[in-house]
Design a protein around this ligand. Sequence first.
Ligand code: TRP
Ligand code: ZN
Length: 509
Amino acid sequence: MRTVSRPIALACLLATMGCPEPDGELVNDEPTFAEQITESALMDHLTSLQAIADANDGNRMFLSGGYLDSVDYIVQQLEDAGLEPVVETFDMEEYTLNTAEVQVNGEPPAGLEDINFSVFELSGQGTVTAPLSAVSVTIPPSGGANSTDSGCESADFDGFPAGNIALIQRGTCTFVQKVDNAVAAGASAVVIFNEGQQGRRDVVEGQLDGGIASIPVIGVSYGTGRAMVEAANLQLTIAIDATISVTTDRNIIVDLPGGDPARTVLVGAHLDGVEAGPGINDNGSGSAFLLELAIQMQDQGIDPTNHVRLAWWGAEEEGLIGSSRYFYDDNGEPNDANLSTLDAYLNFDMLASGNGVRMVYDGDGSDFDDGVDSDGSALIEEMFEAYFDEQGLATRPEALLISSDSYWPALLGIPTGGLFSGAFQPKTDSEEDDFGGDEGTAHDPCYHQACDTIGNTNPVLYEELAQAGASVIVDLAMREEAFPSGNTRRSTRDLPKPRGCHDHTVWDR
Ligand code: TRP
Ligand code: ZN
């Protein structure tokens, strides 16, 4: 920036944009670094991602042609900017359910002639014929949702005959916890029935995280579950045939030149989309922002004090998979090689929501008490707030423990922050006051839909959030002072539920 050699008003000193001279001209007319991130460059990248989706069945989902072309696009652009991106591969289990059958052996009791069921995603496979044993069920439930806790404690399985099929009621703890306890008690399969309250009576559906279960797991309705509990000497045959194949997916990592590698600022965005649409806001917007940031930092020859690494994550939509492979090693333990030098992680997942708002991740835990707040995360939040304040732009907080790639570093105690313009949640009255747009309409009316096209984006909001991101990232990169610390690590066995929903509600109960 040019220096101003004569006295100016105090208010002017505080302004980023320069001050008017008496004749009305700007003294500080050089744009800030953040202003190098322009709407037109961002939208050009989105246009390219849209074209990629259009050429690939309309989507960019994991392992698809649209994803691979997206990877090529980012890599090519980074190389054109003189950078050396690395495509890091990781293994992913792909699960395909082929056939599933459930039958009562012998004469079926009333209500069990024709059993409607679901197969839990990541159910184990095989054919099991065995008697059922109910596991501390409550019929009817005596309270509201999650008032029952069948199978949540290993003690619920005291006296469970090994080899039997565990009949478990939905409620309180995760499906995974119930299944883990059943496996430990020697169950040969699990039938989970819905809890029984209004809205919790249909065939229950769910997914099991932490890999494929070792035994078949199916869901049935409350009515079916009750009939099974009431039937004497019931024997079932459950036959599940699935194919599990290991495939390879990709993250892209690029190290920007310079900076102390012992003090690394990692910036991430997921590059994959869902099957339903082109994923231009979710998350072409974050991906294109990272790309333009890299290009501009190169162009401007930014020579940082701290090292900056950028990551485009794969398979976020499948359960935060690509990023989990960076933060954890092959044994599922925290990856110290990557974590020990990591001072901060910033996440950009959805920046251009059509009816969006400016959300800043709540690093100090003042708005969402998730137990992952820290001094380091608070600093990042504060830096975003200071930037938006200076710009005269309103913000609102968003939980740190959301269902996005920042979930892992937040759990691992790394100082974490980020921006978000909103997904399926409807805009509130007070948000309409603060941000404009339409109250009652989703922040992104095309979230995870075919209409998440370039026409779905809000370029003005996008540029605002991208420039805020660029400003804070460069400030962190230039920071001389030590970074404030993060939090203590949380165990991954005790995963708190991230806020917001995900395509795969791994944490459902
Ligand atoms: N990670 C979500 C996705 O890619 C988007 C998202 C980010 C989200 N933060 C959220 C959704 C908070 C709901 C709530 O689909
Ligand atoms: Zn998404």
